[in-house]
Design a protein around this ligand. Structure first.
Ligand code: ADP
Ligand code: MG
Length: 240
């Protein structure tokens, strides 16, 4: 089966620095794939090459078998990529349900919005917050709302950049449960993440980046057991 996402020998240079070098990865439809690595490894840059925020210096991005390397970010979104970036972009003054409606109206006829909104509120466990302004929710709840807004676009691939940054351990665990629930419903998820406990909770397959290159790849237990992986994390004074 064609992978849902492939990168082929992707390179991104910033001046003299190869932020991403020769990265070829495959993401199979239906998997949760985590991209990990120490600070500066090139994770966010790779993420932006996939979403189209940056053009690569060379190499290709294929989505559902189509070469999308020259496609704009919005063209990738209309093909089924949906992105939740690290910086929250909910409408803080508007209630949770209106935030969802704004996202849902892009895709659905008005009459279909309330039902899908209710489904998302349930999935996100935000039913009790539906009428509260998004800006007064907890940090974790705002992140979940934002995942819900990304889901409103009915993506086939959900891209999450450090979804648990700034979350409490409890919120982190609930985020993992949410991602697993989505995946059980068929969603393919690519997550950039630092938190190893979280990666262990959600991921089967993991790609480790180091100095812009694929350093290790495999299932989570193999990767964690690899002493070289521990070394690059410890070398940066930073585990997870
Ligand atoms: P990570 O997300 O793994 O921490 P990044 O992709 O943010 O790593 O960064 C990889 C390398 O590329 C770092 O050395 C970083 O300083 C550099 N870098 C990232 N973005 C830019 C940019 N816009 N201009 C110049 N250098 C950049
Ligand atoms: Mg980053």
């Amino acid at each position: 089966m064609t992978p849902i996402l492939q990168t082929e020998r992707l390179h991104k240079r910033f001046g003299g620095l190869a932020a991403v070098a020769d990265v070829s990865i495959d993401i199979a439809a239906g998997e949760i794939h985590c991209l990990i690595g120490p600070n500066g490894a090139g994770k966010s840059t790779l993420f932006r090459l996939v979403t189209g925020t940056y053009p690569p210096t060379s190499g290709e991005v294929l989505f559902k078998g189509e070469n999308v390397t020259q496609r704009k970010p919005y063209e990738r979104v209309t093909r089924g990529m949906s992105i939740k970036l690290q910086v929250p972009s909910v409408f803080r003054e508007l209630p949770v349900n209106q935030n969802l409606d704004i996202a849902l109206q892009r895709k659905l006829p008005t009459a279909a919005v309330p039902r899908e909104r209710a489904r998302l509120l349930g999935l996100l466990q935000l039913e009790d917050e539906a009428h509260r302004p998004a800006g007064i929710l907890s940090h974790g709840q705002q992140q979940w709302l934002e995942i819900g807004m990304a889901l409103a676009l009915e993506p086939s691939l959900l891209l999450l950049d450090e979804p648990t940054a700034g979350m409490s351990p409890q919120e982190t665990e609930r985020t993992g449960e949410l991602i697993k629930r989505l995946n059980a419903q068929g969603m393919t998820v690519l997550v950039v993440e630092h938190d190893m406990t979280f990666v262990r909770q959600i991921a089967l397959r993991v790609t480790v980046l180091h100095l812009g290159r694929v350093f290790a790849q495999g299932n989570i237990e193999q990767v964690i057991a690899d002493p070289r992986v521990e070394e690059i994390y410890l070398g940066k004074g930073h585990v997870g």
